[in-house]
Ligand binder design. Structure first.
Ligand SMILES: [Zn+2]
Length: 347
């Protein structure tokens, strides 16, 4: 750099030219600030020039002062001009959309997925709706009457022992529903027969938990009330249900089963969809125990104010949790409601 303090006017002019060149080369505000500090700061070139006035011969002091002021003004002017140019360039670049590529795919928000229980539940609801059923919902806290009494399970009925019930403290008559069957009672109370309904949801039992038992599990309940209903109707509906779930026809068989709210009651088994000769899922029997069902008990009809000689019906209860486990080959029921994202992210 030439020495502006030398008193040589041409040297001062070349100092300004140098400053202008530096300023013109600045690409952003930070670089401009640095040049401003270099020339106009407290330790800057102009300050040094002014400080040197006292060392000059008296006849040259005025000239040095004038050159210092000229340099200061020149640098200030150049800084302002460049600052304006940079701001204009920035706005122009934004208007041109530089740095924005409209052909790039947009950033995708993270997406969750439906719980496997919800998926199966919705599929079955769609299936039953296509067969003319209404999809109902019922409360998870039920009255003792709806959960037991109206389903032909009186207070001293031994079947209550198999329902390890959570009672709501202090209420005297409220329970966490132990099955979805109370929705049948609500449907009968509110809807006029003939009717076809399904209801899916959570049920609760005070079980010690293991791979196939949990205190909370999911069921789907179905009820049909009409005239002249027979076991053949029941089997037909169940075969359609199985075709919807496994996407092919499966052989079924009925075994006698006891449930207080149906008569006769059955356990429905289906041919194992996973094997030809026995596997772990069917415990080498080639049959899978799938759902309890039966014709609606006359006492249940009477409790709903219907004449059993005129009306009949069938009901079934499907273990949704078990179905989801079968479909996805899940070996432990507790995974379903365990809330472990590593498990849930697979669906
Ligand atoms: Zn099998």
């Amino acid at each position: 750099m030439s020495d502006p303090a030398s008193g040589d006017p041409s040297s001062a002019a070349s100092t300004l030219a140098q400053a202008e060149a530096k300023i013109a080369a600045c690409d952003d505000l930070a670089a401009l600030k640095a040049v401003e500090r270099e020339y106009l700061g407290k330790q800057g070139v102009v300050a040094a020039l002014l400080a040197s006035i006292g060392d000059q011969p008296p006849d040259q002091r005025r000239g040095v002062g004038q050159r210092a002021n000229a340099l200061k003004q020149g640098v200030q002017q150049a800084l302002e001009t460049r600052q304006g140019a940079l701001a204009e360039a920035r706005v122009a670049s934004q208007r041109r959309g530089e740095g924005f590529d409209a052909t790039l795919p947009p950033p995708r928000p993270e997406r969750g997925s439906l719980h496997p229980l919800t998926q199966v539940s919705r599929e079955l609801e769609d299936l039953f709706q296509s067969m003319g059923y209404h999809v109902l919902d019922g409360p998870e806290v039920e009255t003792d009457y709806n959960n037991f009494e109206a389903l032909n399970i009186s207070a001293d009925h031994p079947a209550r022992d198999s329902h390890d019930t959570f009672f709501c403290e202090g209420s005297g008559h409220l329970v966490m529903r132990t099955h979805t069957s109370p929705v049948q009672i609500r449907a009968l109370a509110q809807l006029e027969p003939p009717l076809r309904v399904v209801a899916a949801g959570k049920c609760f039992r005070q079980e010690s938990t293991d791979a196939s038992h949990d205190h909370t599990f999911h069921q789907m309940e179905g009820l049909v009330i009409d005239r002249e209903i027979s076991v053949a109707h029941l089997i037909g509906a169940m075969k359609t249900l199985l075709r919807g779930i496994f996407h092919r026809d499966l052989e079924v068989r009925l075994r006698p089963g006891y449930f207080p709210f149906v008569e006769p009651g059955f356990e429905l088994d289906a041919r194992c969809p996973f094997c030809e000769a026995g596997c772990r899922v069917c415990k080498r029997t080639r049959w899978i125990e799938l759902l309890p069902c039966g014709l609606v008990h006359p006492n249940v009809l009477r409790a709903a104010g219907l004449d059993p000689d005129e009306w009949g019906g069938f009901a079934f209860g499907l273990g949704l949790s078990r179905l989801v486990m079968l479909r996805h080959n899940i070996d432990d029921l507790r995974h379903l409601l365990g809330g472990d994202l590593r498990f849930l992210e697979q669906f």
